[in-house]
Design a protein around this ligand. Structure first.
Ligand code: ZN
Ligand code: ZN
Length: 426
């Protein structure tokens, strides 16, 4: 009897979990060809960060044609659409990043990019080598579907088309943080935000998610070590900044291996550049180390930054010199709110199929969606874009990077259903 009860209970749950909104799913399927065409057009005409003028114009025209209220030139080239449902309620934001990269495409596609641009003084090809073209097309599709089903929406949907996710050019502001600064999460105030990233190594039809940190906070740091110049044959006459640098690098790695609880999350410190000295027999005056820190847990991030500062100053002093360290935050932790993730997981499962939704490990790459998540609860997940049966995939940001068009349909379905389920929760 007891067993029977459990059986009935689980059948009931499964039945609920397996029923996405049939008319929304059908609507998504009926516009799949349009979504693919949008993607091809945007892929063929990629634009670099903070220069997404034509992309933004296409998005704005589409949203306007749907009767959605449109704001343009948010954070330079960003577009925001506001769709009010039939009844009042919460506000959910859906975000797509829209920029391309200075990469020369090597794919043989009918919609291959032949666009070139000058990037920091170098003439280069421009390519949607991270798949943001698919993000734009997916969210344009979601906007089309939801705008035609306003009667199903209790609340408001904000469509955020964000420029410069890959980082604005040096000296320029841009991306998620600038959008927030310009008030994108206010008026009406956003209660939750959803975002996705297509993935070239995950098969079409699959979704990868993780509660908590899913992508790393990215810090860039610069250490300046001051010594005292002397003849290379007489080190006792000065203070050697190269030797001090070696102690600091060693100290940094001991923060990871001896002080960080790696059972909580992984963490990385990399020194990627060292500059010092002019010739073999001079101990120079100074040295500079440049590197990056990647963390996935807020407490570990705080500890690592504090200890790196103490190591830098303390070790330099111990060896008779002095040193400073400066950090620049490139992204925060892409941190999936645990309660929101738990709430929305059944939606991912009923749209994709429970066996297609995978709990994954975090990655040490960064994503500026994290800044939205510092302001409001957010859920960010990965969507399969690899042709089924492929054994290998070219990584993002490479000239051979490819995404299968067939991957986008699930993205349109999931984002639409997430919106409805979040806003219509009793
Ligand atoms: Zn990227
Ligand atoms: Zn990306």
């Amino acid at each position: 009897m007891k067993k029977l009860n459990i059986l009935f209970f689980s059948i009931g749950l499964t039945a609920f979990a397996q029923s996405p909104d049939a008319s929304i799913m059908k609507a998504a399927e009926s516009i799949e060809d349009k979504v693919i065409n949008w993607r091809h057009d945007i892929h063929e005409h990629p634009e670099l960060s903070n220069q997404e003028f034509e992309t933004a114009a296409k998005i704005a025209a589409h949203l306007k044609s749907l009767g959605i209220e449109v704001q343009t030139e948010i954070a330079k080239t960003g577009v925001v659409g506001i769709l009010k449902g039939k009844k009042p309620g919460k506000v959910v934001a859906l975000r797509a990043d829209i920029d391309a990269l200075p990469v020369t495409e090597r794919n043989d596609l009918a919609f291959k990019s032949n666009v070139t641009a000058n990037f920091l003084g170098t003439e280069t090809g421009v390519m949607h080598a991270c798949g943001h073209d698919t993000h734009v097309a997916i969210l344009m599709g979601v906007a089309e579907i939801l705008s035609k089903h306003k009667d199903k929406i209790n609340g408001t949907v904000k469509f955020i088309f964000q420029p410069a996710e890959e980082g604005p050019p040096p000296g320029e502001e841009g991306g998620a943080s600038l959008m927030i600064k310009e008030g994108v999460l206010k008026n009406p105030d956003v209660d939750a935000i959803f975002g996705l990233h297509i993935n070239s190594a995950t098969p079409v039809g699959q979704i990868n998610y993780k509660p908590g940190g899913i992508m790393a906070a990215v810090e860039r740091f610069v250490v300046k070590v001051n010594g005292k110049q002397t003849h290379g044959s007489q080190p006792w006459g000065g203070v050697d900044p190269i030797y001090i640098s070696s102690k600091i690098i060693d100290g940094f790695q001991s923060i990871i291996s001896r002080e960080s609880n790696l059972l909580v999350e992984p963490a990385v410190i990399t020194v990627g550049k060292i500059t010092s000295g002019v010739r073999f027999n001079i101990i120079p005056e100074s040295a500079e180390l440049i590197g990056t820190v990647r963390t996935l847990d807020p407490n570990m991030r705080e500890l690592i930054i504090r200890r790196m500062t103490e190591m830098t100053e303390g070790l330099a002093k111990a060896y008779g010199g002095s040193a400073t360290i400066e950090f620049q935050s490139n992204t925060a932790i892409t941190y999936n709110d645990e309660a929101l993730t738990e709430q929305m997981l059944p939606t991912l499962q009923k749209v994709a199929g429970a066996d297609k939704v995978n709990l994954v490990k975090a990655t040490t790459g960064g994503e500026d969606f994290s800044y939205f998540q510092e302001e409001v609860p957010g859920l960010y997940f990965f969507l399969g874009g690899m042709t089924p049966g492929n054994k290998e995939a070219y990584p993002h940001h490479t000239p051979d990077f490819q995404i299968d068009d067939a991957g986008m349909l699930l993205g349109v379905k999931v984002m639409s259903q997430l919106t409805l389920d979040y806003l219509n929760k009793k």
